[in-house]
Design a binder for this molecule. Structure first.
Ligand SMILES: [Zn+2]
Ligand SMILES: [Zn+2]
Length: 252
């Protein structure tokens, strides 16, 4: 399975990266490559063009409905609906309850049909299989319904935290992952609100408790020095730890 960081800026797009978006690619038994997107935050659709033909996305999974994780679906709707080669086939979009209503409002569409003629909206309920991928959602700790996502293909696993405060649910879903893409939005030195995000240290602690093989820190907001966040995580986790970078690829 190949992971490409399309966007990793936390909470809003920064000068060097769009907001959250991660591309996962794997081949099925017939050799067809499947393209899965985890989140499609502000600015990510533009950057996605660098890595694949954006019409070749097979499914989108949204961790939650904050704009920095979902809002470029409004632009992706335009791309698929009005593309000169014709309206594109319907693809699944998995998300929390209320996803179709939220996206219809964001584009100022009537609630019915909203975007339901372009996307097949499905709720995170349990394990699903999409091509060669198996995806397990797990609700985590955030002010709105939010999910971590565990994606497995060919025996390898990538776990994406989405946005979350510290919670056992995150450690459980990340258990023994080959690569843990974990948010780290806060610094230990600040007076942080509870149940919202992780500090760099807390991300490292979650990785250590889950026994993952590799930690990639993501969702650092541009208002922080990312090196400070990394420096918090490194002593807390005994495995390799790095910052996500737009365009970085990982073979898992
Ligand atoms: Zn966020
Ligand atoms: Zn959020």
């Amino acid at each position: 399975m190949k992971l490409t960081i399309v966007g990793c800026s936390g909470s809003y797009p920064g000068p060097d990266s769009p907001a959250s978006c991660y591309l996962l690619q794997a081949d099925d038994a017939e050799g067809r490559t499947w393209n899965l997107l985890l989140d499609l935050g502000n600015g990510a659709l533009g950057a996605l063009h660098r890595y694949i033909d954006p019409l070749q996305v097979d499914a989108i999974l949204l961790s939650h409905l904050h704009a920095d994780h979902c809002i470029d679906i409004t632009s992706y709707y335009v791309l698929r609906k009005y593309h000169p080669s014709g309206q594109q086939p319907v693809i699944p979009v998995y998300g929390p309850r209320g996803t179709p209503r939220r996206l219809a409002r964001a584009y100022d569409l009537p609630r019915k049909p909203g975007m339901e003629e372009e996307f097949d909206f499905l709720r995170h309920r349990g394990v699903v299989e999409i091509g060669p991928f198996t995806i397990e959602p797990r609700e985590v700790e955030h002010p709105v319904p939010a999910f971590a996502l565990r994606v497995t293909a060919d025996g390898a696993s990538v776990v994406y935290s989405g946005d979350t405060g510290p919670t056992d649910a995150l450690v459980e879903i990340a258990k023994d992952a080959d690569l843990f893409l974990c948010e780290a939005s806060f610094r230990e030195q600040d007076d942080n609100p509870p149940n919202l995000h992780l500090t760099g240290k807390e991300a490292g602690e979650a990785a250590e408790a889950a026994g993952v093989r590799r930690l990639v820190l993501t969702h650092v907001p541009p208002w922080h020095d990312e090196q400070e966040i990394l420096a918090e995580a490194v002593p807390a986790f005994s495995g390799p730890t790095e910052l996500a970078r737009p365009g970085a690829t990982y073979f898992v």
